[in-house]
Write a protein that binds this ligand. Structure first.
Ligand code: NAD
Ligand code: ZN
Length: 253
């Protein structure tokens, strides 16, 4: 009997358009803690200020108390500083060939998919290394926040700066959603959900839609999630090792 690694490997060999939906679990093996589930950064979802992380990282808190939000932006930056892509990021990048297009819709803000060489990335929650002004069009890429003031101000207009990430209570970036929707309309041959708790409708729906159309769905996550029911294949080992073995089965490296 063929193993699931072999079966998914064969699907990959034939696939022309592949979608990966990724979450914090993909970067767990790069030693970046997730928020929820295994490898969670916040015990019981609580920060040291006794507030849930959804609250300190919300648009409302940033409005009312930007110093408090910035404290956690700095901690987030510290958690990704110097971290490198792992074999899960690299596997997704290695799958790109002239005849196989690979799309990555990620909830991660750590830029590791780019660093691994993936080309078609939808950053659904933005990018922590991009700093933008809350008032004007100033924006900058910051490898680290080391030189930033505690409450950094815009060099052009003195307004407060912020990372270009989606805070709780904010909408996802419309151009990113439009580009992602455009590729969904063209369809995929194979859809993976990797290392995400799949709590949000916008990461559940593309997988559910694929399942409805009969497109094979693969989930890689040690824990069950809302999409586990309609996954055709489920792998519960860490993402890096699982993807490495799938590529090996497909003779791709
Ligand atoms: P999450 O933190 O809620 O959940 C992580 C998921 O990964 C869990 O389901 C867990 O079971 C799984 N997981 C843990 N280790 C794994 C491994 N080695 N292989 C495969 N799966 C593994 O993540 P989320 O659902 O993405 O949502 C939290 C939000 O917080 C995200 O939207 C993201 O913006 C942000 N966040 C980003 C980063 C990052 O950029 N690296 C890190 C933490 C949180
Ligand atoms: Zn400005």
């Amino acid at each position: 009997m063929k193993s699931d690694f072999t079966k998914v490997g064969e699907l990959l060999q034939d696939a022309r358009r592949v979608l990966f939906i990724t979450g914090a679990g993909v970067s767990a093996e790069s030693q970046i803690p997730t928020f929820r589930g295994a490898t969670a950064a916040f015990a019981d979802g609580m920060t040291e200020d006794g507030l849930p992380f959804e609250e300190v990282l919300s648009a409302e808190t940033f409005q009312r108390n930007p110093e408090l939000s910035w404290k956690y932006f700095f901690l987030l930056e510290l958690s990704i500083r110097g971290k490198l892509p792992n074999s899960a990021h690299r596997a997704m990048a290695a799958l790109q060939t002239p005849r196989r297009k690979v799309y990555v819709a990620t909830q991660n803000i750590d830029e590791l998919h780019q660093r691994a060489g993936s080309q078609n990335i939808f950053e659904l929650h933005g990018n922590l290394r991009r700093i933008i002004c809350t008032k004007c069009d100033y924006h900058a890429h910051r490898e680290t926040y080391e030189t930033l003031a505690k409450l950094p101000r815009c060099p052009q207009c003195q307004a407060i700066l912020r990372p270009d990430i989606v805070l709780y209570g904010e909408n996802l970036p419309q151009p990113v959603l439009d580009a992602f929707r455009n590729e969904q309309n063209k369809g995929f041959d194979l859809v993976f959900s990797v290392g995400t708790t799949s709590l949000f409708l916008y990461v559940i729906e593309p997988v559910a839609a694929a399942a409805r159309r009969g497109i094979p769905v693969v989930e890689i996550n040690p824990e069950t999630t809302p999409i586990s029911n309609f996954a055709d294949f489920r792998f519960t080992e860490p993402a890096g090792e699982t993807l490495r073995r799938i590529l090996e089965a497909a003779a791709i490296n």
